[in-house]
Each structure stands twice: as C-alpha cells, then as structure tokens.
Write a protein that binds this ligand. Structure first.
Ligand code: THU
Length: 165
C-alpha cells in the first residue's frame, strides 16, 4: 500500500473511532462507528442512531454512506466499521454494494479497551456479499443515475456504474 493510501486509511479508521463515541444507542447499548473513504479522498462518518420505536434504529454504516451521498460523493474506495466484533448487517452490505466496486476495501475494527489493542480485519465489500442483488446485472440502474433530475450532466459515476469500466 502506498504511503498516501496508508494515511487515507488511517484517517478513515480514526473517523470511525471518533464516530463510535457519538452513537445514540440507549436501547441496545451497542455503539457502532463507521466511516467511508470516497474515490475523491473525502471521509464521511456515521454512528448508529436508535429510537424508542425500536424498528427505526439506523446502523452506523448506512448513516455514513448516506452522509457521503448527501455530500455529493458516491463512489466508495473503503469503508470502516468500529464496534465489538462488529460486522455489517445484511441490509448494510447491500447498501455498501450499491456504491462499491470489486476493490472497495472494508476494515472491521474491534477496540479492546482492556488491552488497549485494536484488532483490524481487512476484507472487501464484495467478499461480504456474494451473489448480491446487482443494480447493473438486474438492469435497474439507469446509465446516468445522477441525471434523473435533469441537472447539468455530472461526470461523476456511481460506484455501481464504475464497474462498467
Ligand atoms: N448496528 C450497526 O450500527 N451496525 C452494524 O453493523 C450492526 C448493528 C447497530 C444497530 C443497533 O443500533 C445496534 O447496533 C444493535 O443492533
């Protein structure tokens, strides 16, 4: 990994660690932090947000991804999840897949406050969701999903459309 990439991944992991501290999880008491690194090199973070109406809870991963989308970024280069033995749920895997390509890295970080040591597992979004429901293979994703509002055509392509290259 290049020194530049290593720095970017460190920034990503740190953002997810900080986000975990902001989790709103009074019901599960299971704080999760997440962050995404976009192809443009920007980092967006998220934490889980629960509700007294339990089913409304939103996972940290989706908060981070939607944060990136709202910030105008949609191609994910890496994703990081921080929590106790945290692994993205099935719903989050499908949402990650939408904006990923086969190289999108996934870092699973488990902080162990007792030992002060971090356990980091590195994998990819695609590996975590074999036989995914693919927006391209299904023919559901329009060629220029960003142009649907008839805005000025954007040169940005979604993670999924990047897979066409
Ligand atoms: N949660 C996440 O934020 N991400 C995951 O990958 C798994 C679960 C949250 C949802 C809920 O707030 C809490 O963890 C317990 O399920």
């Amino acid at each position: 990994m290049s020194a530049k990439r290593t720095k970017a991944v460190e920034r990503l992991i740190e953002a997810a660690i900080q986000a975990q501290k902001r989790a709103y999880c009074p019901y599960s008491r299971y704080p999760v932090g997440a962050a995404v690194l976009t192809e443009a090199g920007r980092v967006f973070a998220g934490c889980n947000v629960e509700n007294a109406s339990y089913g409304l809870a939103m996972c940290a991963e989706r908060v981070a991804i939607y944060h990136a989308i709202a910030g105008g970024q949609d191609a994910l280069s890496a994703v990081c999840v921080v929590g106790s033995s945290a692994k993205p749920c099935g719903a989050c895997r499908q949402v990650m897949f939408e904006f990923s390509d086969k190289d999108t890295e996934l870092y699973l970080v488990d902080l162990n406050p007792a030992s002060g040591r971090r356990k980091i597992v590195k994998t990819t979004v695609f590996k975590l969701l074999p036989m995914a429901f693919d927006p391209l293979a299904s023919g559901l994703l329009p060629k220029n999903p960003r142009n649907l509002l008839k805005r000025k055509p954007s040169r940005r392509r979604t993670g999924a459309s990047r897979r066409n290259r």
